[in-house]
Design a binder for this molecule. Structure first.
Ligand code: ADP
Ligand code: MG
Length: 298
């Protein structure tokens, strides 16, 4: 392609809300034959909501949520926001309730949070958090977790003073276009893979819903990047699509990093292409644009 064609291509992208950072990004996109998708906020809406709560001990639900919200209000995680939002339903002081004070707050990346609220030790997070804290998970809780995962929800465990007290089911629905985008990519001979920090059960259910066969779950950020490099080593030209801080290393490692416009600044900086409208369809538009610019009909 001539420099003029590249300029035109980049310009067309811009008018469609696809920010292409330079000719190299536009060029690489037409060779992409494998795309690694982040789950939360990329394939899903990224707006998780509490859909169910099961208490394993006798306790007033409003009290339970007050203790957890007091801990989670200190966390930036989308799951924490969902829990705090839900907890407001039990309050009468409106949009900005005054939660009890949380002492010794600690956020453990990829696991959950810990805090002391009203002299009670509160832990909110996944199985791995509870196992690390030596909190035993009764069979009922295991079953509730499995049920949530089966329904593509994330099950969050809550312990109070060392005892497993509740299981919260949180749902983050697929973006409306996700299924179709994956299906169109398949017809374009582009392989789709999903990588997520979420647990295997939920990840598999979501992947099935969206039509992706290859899933990697419980992935740490460094591992997302390693996976990209591994695919490159086996001959693929890889695009990574993500929105989070934890996707940044993989966005940099990929031949083409694509960030969701509504994502975090760090992901947007790390990417070669930014989908300003946050539409998943624009992954296809970007590849199409590159193919039109770089493959000439002879
Ligand atoms: P991702 O955002 O890709 O789903 P994370 O690494 O951020 O992955 O989190 C992995 C898991 O750790 C979550 O699915 C959840 O089970 C648990 N977790 C992390 N932070 C929190 C939190 N603030 N509250 C409850 N659970 C959490
Ligand atoms: Mg994400």
């Amino acid at each position: 392609a001539t420099p003029t064609a590249v300029m035109v291509g980049t310009g067309v992208g811009a008018t469609q809300g696809i920010l292409i950072k330079g000719g190299q990004a536009l060029e690489s996109a037409h060779k992409v034959n494998c795309i690694v998708f982040d789950k939360t906020g990329t394939l899903t809406m990224g707006k998780p909501q509490v859909v169910d709560t099961k208490l394993l001990r006798n306790m007033v639900l409003g009290e339970f949520y007050e203790l957890i919200a007091a801990a989670e209000v200190n966390s930036e995680h989308p799951l924490a926001k969902a829990i705090v939002e839900y907890a407001k339903n039990f309050r009468e002081d409106g949009e900005n309730p005054v939660w009890p004070e949380a002492r010794d707050f600690e956020s453990i990346t990829g696991q959950g949070v810990k805090a002391v609220v009203r002299n009670k030790e509160i832990n909110v997070g996944n199985k791995s958090l509870m196992l690390d804290l030596n909190i035993s998970i009764p069979i009922d809780a295991e079953e509730l977790l499995a049920e949530a995962e089966e329904m593509a929800q994330t099950g969050i465990l809550v312990s109070i003073d060392g005892q497993l007290t509740g299981v919260i089911a949180i749902s983050d629905p697929l973006k409306p276009s996700a299924r179709e985008v994956i299906s169109i990519l398949k017809s374009m001979n582009v392989k789709s893979i999903m990588v997520t920090g979420d647990n295997w059960g939920t990840a598999r259910s979501i992947a099935k819903e969206v039509g992706i066969d290859t899933v990697i779950a419980e992935a740490r950020p460094e591992y997302k990047a390693e996976k990209v490099k591994e695919l490159q080593a086996s001959g693929y030209t890889v695009a990574m699509v993500g929105d989070g801080i934890n996707d940044s290393p993989a966005l940099v490692a990929a031949d083409v990093g694509m960030a969701i416009g509504a994502g975090t600044d760090i992901a947007i900086e790390a990417a070669d292409i930014v989908l300003m409208k946050s539409n998943l369809e624009d992954v296809i538009t970007a590849i199409d644009l590159s193919r039109k610019t770089f493959t000439r009909i002879r």
